[in-house]
Design a protein around this ligand. Sequence first.
Ligand SMILES: [Zn+2]
Length: 367
Amino acid sequence: MATALPPLVCAAPGGLAVDVGGGEPLAMIDPWRPAHLAIITHAHADHAYRGSQRYLCAQPGAGVLRARMGKDAVVEGVPYGQPLRVEGRGGAVEITFFPAGHVLGSAQVRLRVLESRFPADERTWVVTGDCNFTARETDPNPTCARFEPVRCDVLLVESTFGLPIYRWPDPREEFAGLNQWWRANAAAGRTSIVLAYGLGKAQRVLAGLDPTIGPIGVHGAVEKLIPEYKNEGVALPETVHTTQKARKGLRGVGLVVAPPGILGTAWLRGLGDSRTSMASGFMLVRGRRRWRSFDHGCVISDHADWPGLLGIVEASGAKAVGVTHGASEPLAKYLRETRGLETFTVPTRYRGEAQEVAADVEASEGE
Ligand SMILES: [Zn+2]
């Protein structure tokens, strides 16, 4: 009786394993347990864990990954689109990173078997990691490379917002509303606080602000990653780190970008009379004014909405689609029933945007 060949990429106890039949994985993708080779889609805390012997990522993300994995971590950045041969026991695979449009350096990973001692899975695989795609030309995220569709046979796609209710408004309008809110707060002598996770969302918010309204402050968790963005040529407005002294100049007129963990802390009280806005895709459905006690909501997400996810699947040409994160089964069912695709769901620990917020709260503690 023929035994089914193991797929090139499969869910394993410590993450997604890249397996060419060598008895142990050739590499792990975004492992949450230490691995000898960790292929990292991006540096968010639910995808990048410390302790692996060696890390591979897309070159624009190497700086932020090093900042998060510690200076002793062995991090190798590979330019987008440049194939890399990775060898190990059992065979060799070709790995290529392509822009995922999520945060600085975020990458989809394309994998192909080059050599195998056993009958190999000859399909081309793409693991999107967290990704953001829109067909809207007016919707660029100036803080990272735009998502690039990649053809493949099997696509593993994240689906944080994999329900038809998720359709993002035009970000230009969201930023116009945010700037208007800031202007009104400043006119009333109030400080504006925008809550956004420190890697990616915070910088995207900064890039959308109108610096002529007033001074812009950043919490330490946001401040420490700004040099990595500037090193990669991302233009951001002038900001001040919210030290005790700098807070005086921001009080009543400035806008401060900080991680959600500062809510209810003494740090926040130092900024005087303030109003808070939350920048998240979740602000779309939880009620702009009702999600906790925010005064304002900005529907800006670094994840694809429902039309974006369908666009990613279609552009890939994949006949088989595995879905991870969030609402995985509704998307899988939709793809089976309307597109006739073979689908499966992939259990992972990734939590998408909610986890990014939670992880940032942890990362910002003590700052
Ligand atoms: Zn992420």
